[in-house]
Write a protein that binds this ligand. Sequence first.
Ligand SMILES: Nc1ncnc2c1ncn2[C@@H]1O[C@H](COP(=O)(O)OP(=O)(O)OP(=O)(O)O)[C@@H](O)[C@H]1O
Ligand SMILES: [Mg+2]
Length: 365
Amino acid sequence: MIWIHEITKVFQGKETDVHAVNGVSLSIAKGEIYGIVGYSGAGKSTLVRCINFLEKPERGSIRVEGFGQIEARDGRLYYSGEGQEASVPVTEKHLKQLRQGIGMIFQHFNLMDRSTVFENVAYALKYSGMKKPGIRERVLELLDLVDLRDKVNAYPSELSGGQKQRVAIARALANHPQILLSDEATSALDPEATESILKLLKDLNQRLGLTIVLITHEMAVVKAICDRMAVMEKGRVVEEGSVYDVFSDPQQTITRHFVESASGLGNVHKLIESGSPLIGSSNGVLVKCIYGRESVGDALISEVSRRFGVNMNIVLANVELLQDSPLGGLIMTIAGRPEDVEAAIRYMRECKVKVEVIDNGRVAE
Ligand SMILES: Nc1ncnc2c1ncn2[C@@H]1O[C@H](COP(=O)(O)OP(=O)(O)OP(=O)(O)O)[C@@H](O)[C@H]1O
Ligand SMILES: [Mg+2]
């Protein structure tokens, strides 16, 4: 439903130009929640602002189902209708039409402080051509949708962060958009409010069939609600796939860092650095075992231990369900004769467990 094709956005700096987005192509399916992660400065916000042309790319095109396509050629924008070859220079009307179909929410909510909740949401309907009673009805409907009807006359200063974001979501959905862009919408919220906003987004996605493009630097957010994801680094997409695939088998170093940050298993490095007795006290080889969809899980440990006569000692364990499949694994030491340890590792690999030997954690036999 959204096709992003080779989008490039360069900011002209005083000394050097910043290639904020560098030839990014992605397609986002109708009704999915698509996560884009990356460190600060990776180009996430710039890319997502190119989708509704708040940012004007130099090159590339954005095609949206039901709208058509806008293509940038050397910083000039051209519109072509759905299925049409011919293009015309983009007008304000095209941009307005595109943006009506795309709502957006931000980290700092962007509410008008001097206006009530009602007025903040109603503002989005100002140019909709609706009459006052119609607007009132729609605003109340939206506040019901985000469970905030009782705050209709409150001012933003009287609301919690989570409630402010609910107002922003209601406002973003006022014109019945098919797409919602969310730029770090939960980054300013505490964990509880984050969870409730994510739940709301998932709920809206399912109830309204809303397609959501969600930018975040928190992997936990992606894990909680996204179907597919992309990782951005220095203006490029370096990895892309289903959330399960990316989490269970990250390919790029940056992706591995992100994945580890969201898993208890990442803590093993802290244990190693701090010389924790958890690792140091037992003899053996320190390994990380990652389970995948086809792995058999815990039963394997006792089997391997018996079969190869090795001692396996679990240091950290973290297994959870992601998209209804088990994900995670164990950090453990395997002690025994070197050839037995090796055979045990080989056997586990045959059983589709990904086994990595953590070299710098190797303990003397
Ligand atoms: N208006 C601007 N003028 C000049 N440079 C900009 C502008 N907006 C962004 N940039 C630069 O473009 C690059 C990408 O910025 P962007 O805001 O897209 O990153 P981001 O991934 O959203 O980061 P964050 O996680 O901090 O929000 C950065 O190097 C930034 O400094
Ligand atoms: Mg940003």
